[in-house]
Design a protein around this ligand. Structure first.
Ligand SMILES: [Zn+2]
Length: 72
């Protein structure tokens, strides 16, 4: 089951507890490495963590954060 970490910049990052990697495929909502599915509840929790981080004024500037302001 995937879990949520904070990366060095403090931004939340969704990680796979099956293989330990921090990649997941947003197209399929599965772990990029081992293919373990990411439960909707985990995705919801991750989105909530991202929203909370943004509310605190975080500037992730990081590939894992689709909400990063000015990301292009
Ligand atoms: Zn995995």
């Amino acid at each position: 089951m995937p879990v949520i970490f904070a990366n060095p910049s403090g931004a939340p990052e969704l990680a796979c507890d099956e293989c330990g990697c921090r990649w997941f495929d947003r197209m399929t909502n599965c772990c990029y490495e081992c293919g373990a599915p990411v439960p909707e509840a985990e995705l919801a929790a991750f989105r909530a963590a991202l929203a909370e981080f943004a509310r605190r004024g975080g500037r992730p500037g990081d590939r894992t954060d689709p909400l990063a302001p000015g990301a292009s």
